[in-house]
Design a protein around this ligand. Structure first.
Ligand code: UT7
Length: 327
């Protein structure tokens, strides 16, 4: 007989997405820098990206995605407990983008804060929300990834400016008492290696020597670390839950490069139909990429109730992590 003991879990009750209307194809990029559709598609899988208009800030886009997630869950804004925003492109140093979003949503009883873990920010955000929900601190948390990376791009550096895009994705997590085989976050695993900080960074802040600048990435170096570190994070998630890759219904990876996504999928032995790919249409939207991919898979019916999802990401820091989520 199945174990009917109930335990408190963070259950996904709604998701949302926002993409700016402006789309730039690879041909559009080739008008600005010395590149080609062929190079970009072959090396990354990217075919287009969305770029934000001036009013489409991280807070604006995050609020739009967050509002959708709450509407799908049927949760009124004034009932929301907390907002966690993963972003490297906040509207301001402070107030936090999460607090700007709180005002835009009318979530008057929610507290909120931003979390900086670059492309891994959404996984980090899930992990913090999970802990808050299971501890009983709040009953609901909106976790949002929202980025305007177009504002960080150096259009004199073809090795980086073709890779990124803008957008926002959100999930609403609510504390529920569920059976062992019920829905919710089963685990999160977070990692960091600050000794690799200089292979992917953006200068910004109060250091006299590091005035605000553009995104800098030593892509080959990041690539070299990505597949192995991600495979490690994924294997830790499976081992902790006594699962094998065969149990995973859908891999929802960070969308940086199709070759990295394929590499992890291959290591796990997952067929392409069990891997969510949106990098061709969104490019790399950093902390927004996983919730955007997730919203896409939910919309298409691929991520349906009962399915077991494995999320993974790696980015500046380096930071990386994984999350196992049953819908
Ligand atoms: O989300 C955060 C984590 N980030 C990532 O996971 C990104 C990881 N890295 C990557 O995805 C890949 O390393 C890149 C897509 C950034 C680059 O692909 P690559 O296969 O590692 O290319 P490469 O840097 O080794 O460059 C190969 C060649 C170079 O020419 P030479 O030196 O071989 O003559 C580059 O100058 O491609 C050239 N190149 C370009 N050519 C046309 C670099 N960028 C471009 C471009 N268009 N945009």
């Amino acid at each position: 007989m199945a174990d009917q003991t109930l335990s408190k879990r963070a259950v996904l009750t709604g998701s949302g997405a926002y993409l700016p209307a402006q789309i730039l194809t690879n041909e559009d990029m080739a008008k600005r820098v010395d590149t080609s559709d062929e190079w970009i598609v072959e090396r990354t899988g990217i075919r287009q990206r969305h770029f934000a208009a001036p009013h489409e800030t991280a807070a604006y886009m995050g609020a739009e995605a967050g509002r959708q997630a709450m509407e799908k869950a049927g949760l009124a804004p004034e009932s929301l407990g907390a907002i966690i925003v993963a972003t490297s492109t906040p509207d301001q140093a402070f107030p936090a983008t999460a607090v700007r979003i709180q005002a835009l949503l009318g979530a008057t009883k929610a507290f909120g804060f931003d979390l900086a873990a670059a492309c891994s920010g959404f996984i980090y955000g899930l992990s913090v929300a999970d802990a808050m929900l299971r501890a009983g601190q709040v009953k609901s948390v909106l976790v949002i990834g929202t980025e305007v990376f177009s504002r960080l791009l150096n259009f004199e550096d073809r090795t980086t400016c073709v890779l990124f895009g803008d957008g926002a994705g959100a999930v609403l997590l609510e504390a529920r008492d569920v059976a062992q085989d019920g829905p919710g976050l089963l685990s999160t695993h977070l990692y960091a290696d600050g000794s690799l900080g200089d292979i992917l960074y953006v200068d910004c802040g109060t250091d006299e020597n590091r005035k605000p600048g553009y995104l800098v990435m030593h892509g080959r170096e990041v690539f070299r670390h990505a597949v192995n570190l991600l495979a490690g994070a994924v294997n830790d998630a499976l081992a902790e839950n006594n699962l094998t890759a065969a149990d995973i219904d859908l891999l929802v990876p960070h969308q940086a490069n199709k070759r990295i996504i394929d590499g992890v999928g291959k290591k796990l032995g997952l067929p392409p139909e069990r891997v969510v790919v949106t990098v061709h249409k969104h490019a790399n939207t950093s902390a927004a990429s996983i919730p955007l991919a997730l919203a896409d898979a939910i919309q298409e019916g691929r991520a349906a109730p009962g399915r077991l999802l494995l999320l993974e990401a790696l980015g500046g820091g380096l930071t990386w992590g994984s999350a196992l989520l049953r819908l």
